[in-house]
Design a protein around this ligand. Structure first.
Ligand SMILES: [Zn+2]
Length: 138
């Protein structure tokens, strides 16, 4: 799991995970000035590129949310709702009687056919701390 860990864009922006949009923007602007290749000179292009990349993802609330979810998937620090899907999106293993759905971390969500009593059910990934909500309307 370590190998696929995403780059920590918050670190790139010298910011806390909970930083507000304003703080992120301030830090981005300060760093952009500091390591701009025109000013900082040769050798900073890569850093500057990474900074642009980090900012392009974190400045947008939607992509930031997706990114946060991706980060959390690798950090196991809290249980997060990764996705809401319908039962028809899951694969079905008839011999085992289980529905399966692949997690972003390459782990798997398992749902036994015998557990399909209610309209929706939350199941956790077998590898990370994500869970998904499955809507069971047929
Ligand atoms: Zn997972």
């Amino acid at each position: 799991m370590e190998t696929n860990k995403p780059v920590d864009y918050y670190k790139v922006l010298h910011s806390e995970r909970k930083a507000s949009d304003e703080e992120l923007k301030r830090n981005y602007q300060r760093l952009a000035l500091l390591i701009h290749p025109d000013k900082a000179g040769h050798g900073h292009e890569e850093k500057f590129y990474l900074l642009q990349k980090a900012w392009s993802i974190l400045k947008d609330p939607v992509s930031r949310k997706h990114y946060d979810a991706e980060l959390a998937c690798y950090e196991n620090d809290q249980l997060l709702l990764y996705d809401t899907i319908s039962l028809t999106e899951m694969g079905y293993d008839a011999s085992e009687g289980v529905y399966t759905y692949q997690c972003r971390c390459n782990g798997v969500y398992y749902l036994k056919a015998s557990e399909l009593s209610s309209n929706e059910v939350n199941i956790g990934c077998n590898e990370c701390s994500f869970s998904i909500q499955v809507n069971i309307r047929r």
